[in-house]
Design a protein around this ligand. Structure first.
Ligand SMILES: [Zn+2]
Length: 355
């Protein structure tokens, strides 16, 4: 087997070194490492995928899904932090929020623009795990370029392409970041495809609910958003969102579908859920597809309790390929360095088998 679809990437992902996570108040090493993307790139090149450098997309286009306030913040967060002296005293070398503009704090009051960088972080971050370092903005912005270049390749060739995005994006919302995500890569690809194709679908197979993608299109009938993930109510990120009852609202009512699965779910039930989302996208009239491809549902992954195997990913790829739609794959999670490349490759090969 060989992979024929192009793989788009940017070496600028390496600029993002999260430096760990602050989890339950403790700095831990974290798993969203630069090596993830390097492993995937090497494996796909080994299997024949042509490597394409991302083109720089204009800001107006690339950032249109996000609040300008979030964009301005992310672009300047590190410089503000460094200038404030927090790197020396108390010695924090990454941007970390210290309190949050929680709705229970603010009520109906419009928040003050805080002067303290550690407070400003809590206006835009919704967790403490998504740290910002010197190169985070450049890398996050380049990941958007990767996603948009990929969508353009799909539109040009009417077939499929793969975006090696890092950092990932499906937890980023219009105005906030979290879950190791800063900007919404898969959503940007979907918006690009929708511009040309009309109605499109995002099918998110990452082990965690794609809450950012869901929220960006929650009232939009032309971007169907489906996600299969470990049940957040069973104790998994993003904890507060991802229930089956979240189905879209207003003109987007019925255009969102969540399939939460219990911890321990393996191949057969997981691939059935992917196949169900494929049928749902077809019946909904999708003319293009974005696959938010996290491979952290794999049995060996440290970040989820799902037990999907390489054969499960290949079966999911076949189901996605059988839709016969112009398709952009966008990389999301996947944290087991030994298997991340092969799992992505299995999915793409399954997809190409079914075409
Ligand atoms: Zn995930």
């Amino acid at each position: 087997m060989a992979i024929s679809m192009p793989m788009v990437w940017s070496e600028r992902h390496r600029l993002h070194e999260p430096g760990g996570e602050v989890w339950v108040g403790v700095r831990t090493p974290g798993t969203e490492l630069p090596e993830r993307a390097e492993r995937i790139r090497r494996e796909l090149v080994r299997r024949g995928a042509p490597l394409v450098e991302a083109r720089e997309a204009p800001n107006d286009d690339a950032l249109r899904l996000h609040d300008p306030a979030l964009v301005d913040y992310l672009a300047s967060a590190w410089e503000r932090w460094e200038a404030s002296g927090l790197t020396a005293d108390p010695g924090q070398d990454r941007v970390v929020p210290y309190l949050f503009a929680h709705p229970g704090l603010l009520g109906e009051v419009e928040p003050i623009e805080p002067a303290a960088p550690a407070a400003l972080a809590g206006r835009f971050a919704y967790d403490t795990m998504t740290l910002i370092g010197p190169g985070t903005w450049a890398a996050a912005r380049s990941a958007l370029d990767v996603a948009i270049t990929t969508a353009d390749l799909v539109l040009d060739s009417d077939t499929a392409a793969y975006a090696l995005c890092r950092p990932p994006g499906h937890h980023a919302t219009r105005g906030a970041f979290g879950g190791s995500c800063y900007l919404a890569n898969a959503a940007a690809a979907a918006a690009r495809l929708a511009d040309q194709l009309g109605r499109v679908a995002v099918i998110d197979v990452d082990a965690h609910h794609g809450n950012g993608t869901q929220s960006l299109f929650y009232e939009d009938p032309d971007v169907l958003t489906g996600s299969v993930h470990v049940d957040p109510a069973a104790g998994w990120f993003p904890h507060f969102l991802g229930a089956a009852r979240e189905a879209g609202s207003g003109p987007g009512a019925g255009a969102n579908r969540n399939v939460p699965l219990p911890p321990g779910t393996g191949d057969s039930r997981w691939t059935e859920a992917v196949e169900g989302l494929c049928r749902w996208a077809r019946q909904g009239g999708a003319r293009g597809l974005v696959v938010a491809l996290g491979v952290d549902a794999a049995g060996g992954d440290p970040e989820s309790p799902l037990e999907v195997t390489a054969e499960g990913y290949r079966a999911a790829g076949r189901a996605l390929g059988a839709l016969g739609l112009p398709t952009a794959f966008v990389q999301e999670g996947g944290y087991d360095l030994a298997t991340i490349g092969p799992l992505v490759a299995e999915t793409l090969e399954g997809f190409e088998q079914a075409r």
